[in-house]
Design a protein around this ligand. Sequence first.
Ligand SMILES: [Zn+2]
Length: 266
Amino acid sequence: MSQSQRVPVLMYHRVGEAQNAWEARYAISADGFAAHMRALAAAGYRPVEIDAFVAWLEGGAALPEGAFLLTFDDGFQGVREHALPVLEALRWPFTVFLLSDLIGGEDVWTRKSNPSGQTYPLLNAEEIRDMQGRGCSFQSHTRSHASLPTLDDAALADQLAGSRQALAELLGHAVDYIAYPFGHLDERVVAATRAAGYRAAFATQPGFNRRDVDRYRIRRLDVFGTDTPAMLLRKMRFGSNDGSLAQAIRYFLERLRSRLPGGGGA
Ligand SMILES: [Zn+2]
């Protein structure tokens, strides 16, 4: 049944304490993150390497039962401090999308949206090099977290190819994957991403990925810091950002209705 295989991609951001309600969407506490990973493991989920995931999309071998992809956007130091020990103990691979102009910097693009204006440290070059070979694959999140559809052609190409080249030099290997900042994309951004040499690109539209998904619009489930382990498992099960019990009930009612005579099948 490999044709019908549906693979979720989880998207985390910062791991560490949230100081306000806005941050609680993008930051999960160290204990909360560990509880998420324990719940996934107990439910039979196992992350795969990003190369295996993309190879599957490109027609390669089916992935094991329970396969998913674990990603972190932005490259916060908290991922190294709090998530790396948990993931190393489990021997679970994961991917971090980095901003090549902000290595060793802070998440300055959040200043306008975070009510407190607080910013948080991003991984520096030494930390990044150390994490390579410890289960972490580093990929691109552009140079500076610009909203790509707003850029002119030259600036767009610079964000895409410039980050790819700078990160390849830092990491010592080709950088083949990218996550669009804010999940913002359009036809022109997708064409430019392909032209810059990326093999696949990650969006923020929720849902599962089947093999026929557009490889430049890979879907991801947004994990919020406020998600309990039960909510996370419902997101994984239903391919939705809504991990509430009400969403699960709606899903089952919809399935039931579609099986009744006169129900909207398909
Ligand atoms: Zn980001």
